[in-house]
Design a protein around this ligand. Structure first.
Ligand SMILES: [Zn+2]
Ligand SMILES: [Zn+2]
Length: 152
């Protein structure tokens, strides 16, 4: 077996988790619409000094670390299913979501009928998109990753 095949065989299934952990929260990244995100880091002005070719992260962690004014980039559009459910919550903010039908940005399965009602029970017990163990840590993970989706 050559090295390439060997490496390929060690990778988790593409449909499950991305190979590198999130550069913000350190948690594994589940492969989903919009995740993983890839960041390129450069510094300096005259001579671009590329320190690392790329970092990977959750879209929601990136959003959460942006200045509040930048979190919903101009032109960010709300995507909905025919029944009104918002499907791209991870790229939006609380202003877009409050009291709307919202698809869980972590697992993409649960629909919150009136966001953010019920998020804590879902995060604590059910959400398949979280990796933390224990009710309180799971809720903390959800709140940290999706901070932009809660009113400050
Ligand atoms: Zn993350
Ligand atoms: Zn969920």
């Amino acid at each position: 077996m050559n090295i390439r095949d060997l490496l390929a065989s060690m990778k988790p299934a593409r449909t499950e988790f991305h190979w590198d952990p999130c550069c913000f929260c350190g948690q594994p990244i589940r492969v989903a619409d919009g995740d993983p995100c890839r960041l390129t880091f450069e510094r300096g002005t005259e001579v671009r000094d590329r320190l690392a070719s790329e970092y990977f992260c959750h879209a929601s962690c990136f959003q959460a670390h942006l200045d509040e004014g930048l979190r919903a980039p101009l032109g960010a559009t709300v995507e909905r299913r025919p029944d009104g459910t918002i499907t791209n919550a991870a790229g939006l903010t609380a202003d877009h979501l409050t009291h709307q039908r919202v698809l869980c940005p972590a697992c993409g399965e649960k629909v919150f009928v009136r966001w953010p009602e019920g998020w804590d029970a879902h995060a604590a017990h059910r959400c398949a998109g979280l990796t933390a163990e224990g009710e309180e840590s799971r809720k903390a993970e959800f709140k940290r990753r999706f901070a932009a989706l809660f009113q400050g």
